[in-house]
Write a protein that binds this ligand. Structure first.
Ligand code: SAH
Ligand code: SF4
Length: 382
């Protein structure tokens, strides 16, 4: 097996080229061919010496992911399904807006965290993606879109690690991929425009701050530990107070001066005015120690196995108002790509549950919802 050069950041590629007896500037040229021009065939890399191209042909290759399908939404959102082998499928979503193009990237096939409201969580964990598989999503999408849209310049300006998987539970493979995104010889994305979203892997938040500070989004979803334990099981290991302390520490190296808290609005579960008031108290308590944050309320995207329902818009608006009246910047996420099941938490919703997580969750659901109304959502967009 020859090396797949998509697995390397620039330092890794320089080390690989070093083994071939080549200087670092050759690695830089090669890196630019691959990431900036989207070229996989060494023969086309015309400013590399023929001898180097021959060496590369014998020891390396550039292989992206196998595209299973592409779905185009009426709102311009595009979703790809990639085959990563052994029956595992991952998804990548491009979301165009007037002033930017955002790519939502997956970090794992499945996810071990098992959040109640997330279809990836219901699927269970299959495996970590490699650096090459993570960066291939950007490599493929960027160069596909340039061709598709007939553009010479960059199309993707923002990356969010909000696809399938918990990026901070695949840290060793994530880190080189982030470096390729940020590298001026790679995609040259600004640190402020690359966002890692996490359900709260506290020690890895500190590692990210030290190794590669990018924008941080934290999936909070509940104002107190009892409810969060149930919605985001990782909370039992890293409870809210520890998580918010990690967020506060992160800010000293973060490229943005606030942390974004994501909060999935679940009807009758975490969307009551009392929950909003608890959040205000929580955040204000930590603000005294230096935490600065904003909230992004995500209307829940239902899928049948969740047994949960989206809060209605007046409920979301009332919740947002309580936060905003307390001076907390709050936005409500627009749902994009609904018609192609590309919205948050809908990714690979049709991939079967291979680990029995759904049954375990159904058994626990009664405990979580207590006496609260349970509505089984039928289909999307309800
Ligand atoms: N594992 C990471 C990143 C992937 S999930 C994390 O949990 O942060 C990206 C975002 O989508 C998270 O904020 C998550 O809570 C949210 N999400 C998951 N399922 C959802 C659903 N069904 N509806 C709305 N948002 C959902
Ligand atoms: Fe995993 Fe994030 Fe889904 Fe939770 S919300 S199961 S952490 S992908």
């Amino acid at each position: 097996m020859t090396a797949n050069l998509l697995d390397y950041d620039l330092d890794g590629l320089a080390a690989f080229c070093g083994q071939l007896g080549e200087k670092r500037f050759r690695a830089t040229q090669l890196f630019r061919w691959i990431h900036q021009k989207g070229i996989a065939d060494f023969a086309q890399m015309t400013d590399l010496a023929k001898s180097l191209r021959d060496k590369l042909a014998g020891s390396a290759h550039v292989a992206g992911l196998k595209v299973l399908s592409r779905h185009d939404s009426t709102d311009g959102t595009i979703k790809w399904l990639f085959d990563v082998g052994a029956g595992d499928v991952i998804e990548t979503v491009f979301i165009p807006e007037t002033d930017r193009g955002t790519l939502c990237i997956s970090s794992q096939a499945g996810c071990a965290v098992g959040c109640r409201f997330c279809s990836t969580g219901h699927q269970g964990f299959s495996r970590n993606l490699t650096t090459g598989e993570i960066i291939s999503q950007l490599w493929f999408a960027e160069h596909f879109l340039r061709q598709h849209l007939g553009r010479d310049e960059r199309v993707i300006s923002n990356v969010v690690m909000m696809g399938m998987g918990e990026p901070l539970q695949n840290y060793s493979q994530l880190l080189p991929a982030l470096r390729v995104m940020l590298d001026d010889h790679g995609y040259g994305l600004s640190r402020r425009r690359v966002t890692v979203s996490t359900s709260g892997v506290v020690p890895m938040i500190d590692r990210l701050a030290a190794d590669c500070p990018v924008a941080l989004a934290v999936s909070l979803h509940a104002p107190e530990d009892g409810l969060r334990d149930n919605l985001v099981p990782l909370n039992k290991k890293y409870p809210i107070a520890e998580l918010l302390e990690a967020c506060t520490r992160y800010q000293s190296s973060a490229p943005r001066d606030f942390i974004t808290f994501e909060y999935c609005m679940l009807d009758g579960v975490n969307d009551q005015p009392g929950h909003a008031r608890q959040l205000v108290a929580l955040v204000q308590g930590h603000a005294a120690h230096g935490l600065s944050c904003k909230f992004n309320l995500i209307p829940f995207n239902p899928f049948p196995a969740s047994g949960l329902k989206r809060s209605d818009m007046p409920q979301v608006a009332a919740f947002a108002k309580i936060l905003m009246d307390a001076g907390i910047v709050t936005t409500v996420r627009k749902t994009r790509g609904d018609d192609i099941d590309a919205a948050c938490g809908q990714l690979a919703g049709d991939v079967q549950d291979r680990t029995g997580v759904d049954q375990r969750m159904a058994a626990q659901r009664q405990g979580m919802l207590g006496g609260i109304k349970v509505v089984v959502a039928k289909g999307m967009g309800t």
